[in-house]
Design a binder for this molecule. Sequence first.
Ligand code: NAP
Length: 487
Amino acid sequence: MTLALTDNTLLRHKAYINGTWVEASDKDTLPVTNPANGGVIAQVARCGTQETRAAIAAAETALPLWRAKPARERAVLLRNLYQLMMEHQEDLAQILTAEQGKPLAEARGEIAYGASYFEWFGEEAKRVYGDTIPAATKDKRIVVIKQGVGVVACITPWNFPNAMLSRKMAAALAAGCTLVCKPASETPLSAFAIAELADRVGIPAGVINILAGKTAEIGEELTSNPSVRKLTFTGSTVVGKELMAACASTVKKTSMELGGNAPFIVFDDADLDAAVAGAIASKYRNAGQTCVCANRFLIQESIHDAFAEKLAQAITQFRIGDGSQDGVNFGPLINQRAVTDVNNFISDAVNKGAQAITAGKNPDPDGNFVLPTILTHVTEEMEVFRKEIFGPVAPLIKFSTEEQALRMANDTEYGLAAYFYSRDIGRIWRISEGLEYGMIGINEGIISSEAAPFGGVKESGNGREGSKYGLDDYTEIKYLCLGGIDK
Ligand code: NAP
């Protein structure tokens, strides 16, 4: 299948190493398919250990010059990259929708969101301040400076192929680090397109390296090679734990953006229409394939039926189909495995007594579609209560008291995002402080912003991306002790 792009050179299919587009040494390739219809979009270079080593060596060689550049110069390059991404927003969105499946309007939004990190961190690069500390003795002075950690490895998932990579790249580049990036095998094209634009703005060869392919080989090299000083990963908790363990042998810094099991609590004093609108945005965006998407809806019993009725009505409004078509606002899942997993969650719940409400019909049997679904009569024994669904399924669970809602909300090993709807100011504080999560949406279903710290607690990971805190993950603190001050 061909993509109708204004600028066809954005559709790159080789690896970007040391400023050059290269094939895998054994010429092996990997197909990238369109989840809406199964069509092959491109065959990309399937790289392994050898290419990963070359990429790490290039990043190491490029490091001294990049690190020595004044922050202001790095900021100009990042700002130019932001602008170029926005100029090519439409083409980048077309590539994203073709390989990932989300509706074009969402893909355009993701490009703007991803690009915003380059603008944001270009500015933040100028504010990597140090410190002076009063010394304990009069012949000494204590100074603290911050420096980039060095070569950074980035591994990213398929659900936001542009934004998940952009927010790592932007912060690392701003801090003076160089990069080796491995996007998900399903969605490498959006990553290669960023590399193409970075090349055009003049980011020097070797500063950014991007390759896809043999997952285990690339992962092993990135986590064991001593030249890599940090691994930043976004993906599932199970893979995150494996990578953290692998990084232990060379004591690399890590940042982990992992899975979630977000509660979405609606109290009886909530604005019900606002809660339904928030639920639709949080649950069904990207067909439920977002790490922060509402996974369990805890609804106070007196308003449960009214909420369920309004939500059931709202899901009939989706236009389900190929995300590249006009008006479609609900796309396919990433692959058939995801379809099977989500259908298994629905079957498990129904077998244990839940009732399923669905809307619409499957537009293409060759695509990976699961219809928008609501489950009622859900209990804590069902898998949908415990596991990350990663699909368009909204399980509704009744609660009676605030204490019960908080207990159920925190009854999980995850701690990424949580949401609740209430107009009572006392309750808003109590619940905000009681929820064991890194991010809380209060009367709000969409929380992502480059200006805010994104990240989780418990088994949802460590570190923060975006905001004024985001650079900390890519810098080391160095303490300078000046002696001999006294004459
Ligand atoms: P995944 O299976 O963990 O994969 C994520 C990335 O890790 C992919 O690039 C994958 O490569 C790579 N990978 C897997 N095994 C590896 C290994 N042994 N060595 C090196 N790399 C390895 O997750 P996913 O299914 O793509 O994404 C969904 C998950 O990501 C969900 O759990 C979601 O909650 C989470 N997520 C979290 C955030 C956040 O900010 N907290 C944001 C988005 C998504 P291949 O594609 O080649 O297998």
